[in-house]
Ligand binder design. Structure first.
Ligand code: MTE
Length: 396
């Protein structure tokens, strides 16, 4: 299919059709009818405003970096990452969450039962481990995310530890597994992962029911999801149905070989044995420039370079900007809105000395002393790309 006719086809997928059909049905229909779209294609998906389509089959939508201009990302701008089909319509009244495994008293709770626990909210920057995968060279297989598989929201619900304490974790309970209600296609292994008990008992790990004050939308895990703040997005299981306390890490595709990082730096292109890897946990230190846009032409005069920076479980201490390809660096201004797991927005006033081509770079540092590196550590799955960001612009 030629690019134009493909675009026409995409535009024919009206928002109305997307509202009436189930997402699984849409994904299946699209998967059979449409070849891969160009990487920057934006399509009208109901309730998702201007996001970039990275995969049709299982809805994967990227946030354009120019949307990184509010501290909390509106839900309609929040990236979406699905490994399989979203569940068919879930009925909030029928939905139940079971808590079992290595506990004294297994529980089954409804949404109304959850609402009786103390409420808690956490502002969290959720980033997919594969964010920036499309920028690794040599390329690695997987969704070719650009820079926008990351967004920030205020997640609210109840503390996971309150549920675990109510169930009474046995001394043998060392890991906590989450199972979601995804529709698992064919022989694909289900999306089940676990986190260590220490993180599950952290006061900020949630069973979240709301995002930015509104009930979760279906794309983001309605009616409840895990929220494991500061960790790769994969830890935060959507459409949560089961929490199980285990004696050891869950054994399954999305724990091993999925979501693992080499124990030692590897040569680009080199294969890594599974036993030389460890599970991904917290995010790296990172900043992204959200404006001016890459490859843009700007007028001479004062310019505001702006963007966002985050560091998983650490806090951002500074963001520096270079306008001379990395020879010299100056501090950007961090804006006032902050919360431990949320990104910091930053701005930098810059007046180019003369017309011409410039490479602007951003580099973040955090409270753990980590500094964004010039090149990210290449790895065979393309995880955690936190290379110094850069845009090239032309000043007229
Ligand atoms: N939970 C379930 N049940 N199924 C999934 O495919 N994807 C995970 C996580 N939780 C996923 C899931 C991944 S890889 C990411 S990055 C985040 O959800 C994305 O959350 P979002 O779609 O709300 O942005």
């Amino acid at each position: 299919m030629a690019a134009n006719s493909r675009r026409d086809f995409l535009q024919q997928i009206s928002a109305a059709a997307l509202i009436t059909a189930t997402p699984a049905a849409i994904s299946r229909a699209l998967a059979s009818a449409v070849p891969l779209v160009p990487q920057t294609q934006s399509v009208p998906v109901s309730g998702e405003d201007g996001l970039l389509l990275r995969s049709f089959r299982f809805v994967d939508l990227e946030t354009p970096v120019e949307y990184f201009n509010t501290w909390l990302t509106p839900v309609s701008h929040f990236f979406v990452r699905n490994h399989m089909f979203e569940p068919i319509e879930l009925d909030a009244h029928q939905w139940r969450l079971s808590i079992g495994g290595e506990v004294e008293k297994p529980l089954t709770l409804s949404l109304s039962d959850l609402s009786k626990f103390e409420a808690h909210a956490v502002v969290n920057t959720l980033e997919c481990a594969g964010n920036g995968r499309g920028l690794f060279r040599p390329q690695v297989p997987g969704i070719q995310w650009g820079k926008g598989a990351v967004s920030t929201a205020r997640f609210s619900g109840i503390r996971l530890r309150d549920l675990l304490q109510r169930a009474g974790v046995k001394p043998t309970g060392k890991h906590v597994m989450f199972r979601g209600l995804d529709e698992v296609p064919g022989k694909v292994p289900p999306f089940i992962r676990s986190i260590p008990i220490e993180k599950a008992l952290d006061a900020d790990s949630l069973v979240a029911t709301h995002m930015n004050g509104s009930p979760l939308t279906k794309h983001h895990g309605f009616p409840a999801r895990a929220l494991v703040p500061g960790w790769v997005g994969a830890a935060s299981c959507k459409w949560l149905a089961e929490i199980k306390v285990l004696e050891s890490e869950f054994v399954g595709n999305f724990m091993n070989p999925g979501y693992r990082f080499p124990n030692h730096p590897v040569q680009a292109g080199e294969a890594v044995k599974p036993e030389d890897t460890h599970p991904l946990t917290a995010l790296n230190v990172k900043s992204v420039i959200s404006g001016p846009a890459d490859s843009s032409n700007v007028k001479a005069g004062k310019l505001i370079v702006h963007g966002a920076a985050w560091a998983g479980e650490a806090d951002i201490t500074k963001v520096e900007i270079s306008s001379d390809g990395g020879s010299s660096w100056n501090a950007a201004k961090l804006t006032h809105e902050q919360d431990h797991y949320g990104w910091r927005l930053w701005t930098y006033d810059w007046t180019p000395r003369k017309a011409g081509d410039y490479t602007i770079m951003s580099r973040a540092t955090d409270t753990q002393g980590r500094v964004q590196p010039a090149a990210a550590e290449w790895n065979p799955s393309g995880y955690l790309n936190n290379a110094i960001d850069q845009v090239k612009i032309h000043v007229a």
